[in-house]
Design a protein around this ligand. Structure first.
Ligand SMILES: CC(C)(COP(=O)(O)OP(=O)(O)OC[C@H]1O[C@@H](n2cnc3c(N)ncnc32)[C@H](O)[C@@H]1OP(=O)(O)O)[C@@H](O)C(=O)NCCC(=O)NCCS
Length: 194
């Protein structure tokens, strides 16, 4: 992995680093924001201790599995824009879970798409993944749109303990990530729930 200005991976606008406990302020600005937390955690609003727990969890994941939802920064100026990365999902089948959490102040600038594309390339290229799993809160239209743009295909609904909801769930198989958008079969079960 080449390192550019402390980033282990870059895109045209973004750089990826690894979480450290010293990043608590950044973590608070992301997971401590109820506009973000409401989509990923049934508690809706995380306390300082819960944000710190989440940060420690990401750091542990990197130690144990070499992956996490990596913190992402703008190359131009270094603003923290959120995190995007991988979790173990089905290690025997080499399937990882893809996730993205973007700070509310950076929404709708294409950062989640750009970061996710880089993570997908990393997963299939460097980690030799066979597939990527992803799911989202049933009312999360932004995530649904984003996953369709990324070529994920709806597979089923699955209970997600962290939110207490049935999450529409998707798979991106190795080889499918390079197809152009246009024939994306979008999950049509979620419009009724949104
Ligand atoms: C979902 C999330 C990651 C999207 O991040 P983002 O950087 O704003 O997304 P992008 O700018 O890359 O947009 C990707 C696509 O989603 C669409 N989108 C983004 N926000 C949207 C919204 N609020 N409603 C509908 N579509 C939306 C964009 O329009 C774009 O599609 P387009 O190119 O066809 O217009 C961000 O809203 C977020 O972090 N939310 C809180 C946490 C969360 O929900 N994480 C996902 C958990 S599964």
């Amino acid at each position: 992995m080449s390192v550019t200005r402390g980033y282990f991976m870059t895109t045209s606008r973004l750089g990826f680093r690894f979480w450290r406990m010293a990043d608590l302020d950044l973590a608070r600005g992301l997971w401590g924001d109820p506009r973000v937390a409401r989509w990923i955690d049934a508690r809706g609003q995380l306390t300082e201790a819960q944000v710190a727990e989440r940060l420690a969890f990401e750091i542990q994941l990197q130690h144990r599995h070499g992956i996490q939802y990596w913190p992402v920064y703008r190359l131009n100026g270094g603003t923290h824009v959120g995190c995007c990365g991988l979790r173990p999902h089905d290690p025997a089948a080499r399937i990882y879970e893809l996730g993205f959490h973007i700070c509310a102040s950076s929404w709708r600038k294409g950062y989640a798409f750009e970061a996710a594309r880089a993570v997908i390339d990393h997963a299939f290229g460097t980690l030799h993944a066979r597939g990527l799993f992803a799911g989202h809160h049933p009312r999360n239209k932004a995530s649904r749109r984003l996953l369709a743009k990324l070529r994920f295909r709806f597979t089923h609904n699955e209970f997600y303990a962290a939110t207490g909801c049935q999450h529409p769930s998707y798979l991106l198989k190795a080889g499918d990530e390079d197809q152009t958008e246009g024939s994306a079969p979008v999950d049509n079960t979620t419009d009724r729930q949104s």
